[in-house]
Design a protein around this ligand. Structure first.
Ligand code: FES
Length: 115
């Protein structure tokens, strides 16, 4: 019998946009050894809540650097951070402007178009 059939990982995920009151949603995801936090977030989007805003590109090559978030209070690449059965809190980067949920504005100021 696979690990996935027996175990579930819990994620506590910050939701909302800039200016919204802090809100967290809890999700349970089927767990498999070796899963990343990004694997769990993608599973949530597909199976539980398609409105969850996340950003990623290379998925697990650690090349695009777009999946960064706070995982249990530490800045991590969610595609590298291993999911555990102890529970995982995922929040947006604290020093970047929040767009929505786990997505922050990563573009350096000098690369933004002038208005
Ligand atoms: S998804 Fe590309 S570094 Fe994480």
């Amino acid at each position: 019998m696979s690990d996935r059939a027996n175990k579930a990982a819990r994620l506590h995920v910050r939701r909302g946009a800039l200016g919204d009151a802090a809100r967290y949603d809890d999700f349970e995801v089927p767990y498999e050894d070796g899963m990343s936090v990004l694997d769990a977030l993608r599973w949530i989007r597909i199976h539980l809540d398609s409105t969850l805003a996340i950003r990623y590109s290379c998925i697990n090559a650690n090349a695009c650097k777009t999946c960064m978030a706070l995982v249990n209070g530490v800045v991590e690449y969610t595609c590298i951070a291993k999911l555990t059965l102890e529970g995982t809190t995922v929040e947006p980067l604290p020093k970047r402007p929040l767009i929505r949920d786990l997505v922050t504005d990563l573009l350096p100021e000098k690369e933004k178009l002038l208005r």
